[in-house]
Design a protein around this ligand. Sequence first.
Ligand SMILES: [Zn+2]
Length: 300
Amino acid sequence: MQCDEVQELIYLEAAGAEDAAARSVIRDHLAKGCVICQAALAEATAAAAQLPLNLPPCPPSESVKKELMRRIKTATPLSQSERTSATPEPKRMPRKLLLWPLVISTSLAAAMFLVAILSLQANENLSREHLKDLTALASLQKSFLRDTARLSQLSHQMHDAVAMEKRKILSLETKLAAAESLKAMIGSPALEMASLHGSSPMRTAWGRVMWNDKMKMWKLCVFNMPHLPNSKTYEVWMITSGGKKMPAGLFNTDYKTQSALVTPAVPPNKHEMAEIAVTIEPAGGSPQPTGAILLAGHIG
Ligand SMILES: [Zn+2]
């Protein structure tokens, strides 16, 4: 028998043919010392040992199962009749070769099944990764929105704080400007002053009026005058030498100090003024005094 024929038998045996005659042929051939077929046997044995390890356990498909059963049914009677016949060797080889398509188709089915399983697993892994990414993205989006809202809130708070500080600065600037102009008015040699005295029912009240013709500034300080309720107001009057009373501004005193610093609205014909006086009037003031004069001083 030729080496390639022996090797075919070797591969069939390795694939599980289990034929005693084939084994005997192989044994006899190898006993002659053919190193090529010995190597083929070693290779086939190793490959057969590795095959089940490389393939995942998988049930064959229904069509493969049916085909296998059909071949077993058709092959078995032939095999038995062949075994009882007198000429064993030449007739058995083609029968063993019939197993090749079955081995190949089963291996192919297993490989295709494996590929399908692997691609399914790969798809599943990809989907899982995608889902993970989407979840991370949603979480990032949520935290971004939270940060944006917080930032907006902080920005509003900052804006309010800045606006408040600006108002404070403006108020301080106004006070500073008033204090500086008062300082300039009092420090000037053009300053003139007159005292005001209280009369019944506010005898302890007193005041001082200052003016600076150069700077066109007037200031009136009053003391010992009780703080008025909201329904009433103090009103300043400029009185001419002819007795004409002109309204020159409204004020209330501080609740605690019972005093006030007032800037009277002095009419332009200031030189005609002879007296400055204070009365109590209804809230909003009156065009002419309705109450008694409580505080008065000569400025003529
Ligand atoms: Zn050989």
